[in-house]
Design a protein around this ligand. Sequence first.
Ligand SMILES: [Fe+2]
Ligand SMILES: [Fe+2]
Ligand SMILES: [Fe+2]
Length: 495
Amino acid sequence: MNSTPSFLGRVQEICRDIDQSRTLEALYENLPHYLAKVGGTHTSDTSASVFITIVKYNIAGHTFQIANGTGKYAAAAGSMVLDGPILEHLSNAIRQRSNHYSRDAVTFCFPHPENFAILVYVELAQELDTGAQELLQFVNDKVVSSIRTHSLFKQTVRTGRAMVIALASLAEHKDQDTGDHIMRVAIMTDEIVQVLGELGYYAEKITPEFERHVSTASILHDVGKISISDSILKKPGKLDPEERKIIETHTLKGKKVLEKASRILDDYNYLLTLSCEIALHHHEHYNGQGYPAQIAGQDIPLSARIVGLVDVFDALTSERAYKKAWTDQEAIAYISEQAGKQFDPLVVEAFLKVMEYRRGIVLIQWTEELSVKVRSMDNDHRVLVGLINQLASAEKIGNRRVAESVLDELLNYAIDHFEREEQFLHKSGYPFSELVKHKLQHASFNETIQDIRWQYLHGFRPRINQEVLFFLRDWLSKHILVEDMKYAGLACAGN
Ligand SMILES: [Fe+2]
Ligand SMILES: [Fe+2]
Ligand SMILES: [Fe+2]
């Protein structure tokens, strides 16, 4: 008999554990440990062998890869389930979309609305009676509702961010050749905030709320440029003082737009508050010589001090119609020299550390050997190389938020680049059959990244592991050296 008070106690304990998981990733990582309590013989026995697997519904049949486990499955992460009776067990659970019981095992099945299920296989020390099985239905309900709550929250945050990116892109596209400036700013803002935290600076200002929102808020820093006329924004030569003044109003205009948005929300909205202060103050200088308010030092909101520096770094290291891109070293020298003048010295210190982290992890180095002799394509490839390195660095320092943003950016940039490249090939008279093959390679890369990102966002991949990073590095370098290099000749021939 299992449906004894002690079994009920175990079920209650498991439900409490589930409540305590703060994120989806934590829930999936810990679920095998929680459910191991079902397999043991008494309350504190958690030695049962358990594994978790995530399965997309597929009418053609299912394969099961172990995500993580306990007991004899503790070291089995990544391996496929091959044992016949266990495969049968898992298949039954997925077919019924509910728990499946046998004498010596139970497979929990937690269906997810997005066309997949999470299965947890637990080896039992003793058979579970129907009373125990009924009790375990509580566990199922708890897990399913917890997954739904975490997913909804995540979805809401990501929807907000996507809308912010769409809005900011409108302003950015007016400003021509800035590329993916806003996303780079968002990523580096997050990195600097993390390092400020590590250094113990501004601990009272860097609250979990600040950490959560500042990178998204930074995306809107130039939103006020929407209202600046193209004749000034896109003027090729130097601006006269009058025009400079007009450009400077983008700070006030941005703040106004965002203030208006924040009035729509009845409650205090931290994301919009941060966005307003960043839009208004990201051109202030630490010594009070910036604009528009000419405030100085700690009077400038911390968010704006961080974004102000990141914005300058990105502008310096990007190519513009009127200037070449500075090297990282040149930009670092300028920013260091401006510590205490244009920039907050503590933010400069954190920035230098971020650059040190980035330099420490170079998976793939851009070299002339990778040049396909088409300037725009080389630029694109350079960005992709940079993003793969950034992903590696985000993973190394364990910043999930940054890794998520880089992954989003990598996917978006790859899609855009492939489109540009395919158009270029089409116009250059690249042989049709070759173009088809080339396109297929692009499509399969996109699909793989999409899959990796899907797993990462749904919490099934606690980390982007080495295997994935090496895959990205090898794919890109091989693709450029073999496939893309085929059009290098065409371009040289003047097409
Ligand atoms: Fe600006
Ligand atoms: Fe290509
Ligand atoms: Fe390419």
